[in-house]
Design a protein around this ligand. Structure first.
Ligand code: NAD
Ligand code: DAU
Length: 364
């Protein structure tokens, strides 16, 4: 495969995936298709944006006509600044999505639109472009452990055969998208793989999510809103380990299969928050634990899933992937990155980058 379409490449995980593929595979053309919603930020890709094998197209995955032209190559071939590109698209890695559970509770419609209809649009364009000649093609859907529902505190792990049982509008939309992906495999023979990953952490995550939000609040001595009792459990994976897993699944995954991705790294929210607090305090030269006073228990998230925990044995034994980073090392790197990149954080929280890209690309 030569021409890889990565959707949502300006977001948190997508930017790590784009960077990984652009750097590791100079002979691939990596096409980043992103609508640049509030969560998309091209400055996440500064270090690769001038690479000769990297192409950015601002588009909505729900726009069938535009996506079809991107698949066939019409869009890129008509743009003189894109040289040496020979299309159509060979493989797709679909990360574009609305991703924040709290937003999905407030406004579920945009989640159904992008996550369900957007994925369906991509599937349809892949099917029509490849026209049954599926050799050398793959549609890779990036999904989440949240589609499996919630586990009890001592309730084992999610495996690839766990029944889907989504609870939030976000996870319902992701589950629906996954069903469409499997339906295209079973009905039309489209070569697909799906991975269901646990919570990612690391640089470039939008600060509405727990870890970057709390790092920023601790820095500015703002309250840390802990939902409910803080006893909910999440399973955390360093984002670059997810990008490496994507590479392995993209190249070695068996079409029609699902793989779970996780680090066997469960943390109760409140315990994780205390680690983050101590790390930020230490790096800022404050007395370790001084910021514990910022913890503020607030009303619980509606339908808050108690525990997620991924069993990634199939991926580890079958395809040889393993997380590379211990959690202590990952959290240290992550906290340092946010503290050293205050300008990125300020731009994101002030909406500065949104205005910049509005000037460049027009209104969203
Ligand atoms: P993110 O919110 O940081 O980024 C999403 C990206 O998608 C943004 O760049 C945004 O501009 C783009 N986008 C949104 N709607 C679009 C549309 N209609 N057309 C084109 N682009 C659009 O998300 P993330 O946390 O990086 O998650 C990426 C993917 O990984 C998602 O599919 C998510 O469900 C999945 N996932 C995330 C996690 C996690 O912990 N963050 C874990 C497992 C799976
Ligand atoms: O599990 C994978 C999922 O992880 C991804 O599919 C989602 O896209 C991603 O957003 C993430 O979902 P979570 O809801 O688990 O992540 P979030 O960072 O929003 O919350 C993590 C936990 O922390 C969760 O139990 C809710 C809690 N929380 C979150 C926020 C933002 C708080 O207690 N306070 C907060 O302010």
């Amino acid at each position: 495969m030569k021409n890889i379409l990565i959707t949502g490449g300006a977001g948190f995980i997508g930017s790590h995936a784009v960077r990984h593929f652009v750097k590791k595979y100079p002979d691939y053309n990596i096409i980043n298709l992103d609508k640049l919603t509030y969560a998309g930020n091209l400055s996440n890709l500064r270090d690769v944006e001038n690479s000769s094998n990297y192409f950015f197209i601002r588009e909505d995955i729900c726009n069938y006509d535009a996506v079809k032209k991107i698949f066939s190559g019409e869009t890129l071939l008509s743009n003189k600044s894109f040289k040496n590109i020979c299309l159509p698209v060979d493989g797709v890695i679909n990360l574009a999505a609305e991703t924040h559970v709290d937003r999905s509770i407030k406004d579920p419609f945009v989640f159904a639109r992008t996550n369900v209809l957007g994925t369906l649009t991509l599937l349809q364009c892949a099917k029509e472009t490849w026209q049954g000649n599926y050799e050398g093609h793959l549609f890779y859907q990036i999904s989440t452990d949240e589609v499996y529902g919630a586990l009890e505190l001592e309730g084992g792990f999610f495996t690839e055969t766990t029944r889907y049982d989504p609870h939030s509008p976000y996870s319902a939309s992701k589950a629906s998208a996954d069903h469409f992906v499997r339906a295209f495999h079973d009905t039309y023979g489209l070569p697909v793989v799906i991975t269901n990953c646990s919570n990612n952490y690391g640089p470039y995550q939008f600060p509405e999510k727990l870890i970057p939000l709390f790092i920023n609040n601790i820095r500015h001595n703002k309250p840390l809103p802990v939902y409910g009792t803080g006893q909910n459990v999440r399973d955390w994976l360093y984002v670059e380990d997810h990008a490496r897993a994507m590479d392995i699944v993209f190249h070695k995954g068996v079409p029609g299969s699902t793989y779970n991705i996780g680090g066997f790294n469960e943390w109760k929210n409140i315990d994780l928050i205390k680690v983050v607090i101590k790390t930020v305090d230490r790096i800022l030269g404050r007395q370790e634990g001084a910021s514990l006073k910022l913890i503020t228990y607030v009303k619980d998230r509606a339908g808050h899933d108690l525990r997620y925990a991924i069993d990634s044995t199939k991926l580890e034994k079958g395809l040889g992937w393993r997380p590379s980073l211990q959690f202590e090392e990952g959290i240290e790197k992550t906290v340092k990155w946010y503290l050293e990149n205050q300008e990125w954080m300020d731009n994101v929280t002030s909406g500065e980058y949104e205005r910049y890209y509005e000037n460049m690309y027009g209104n969203r």
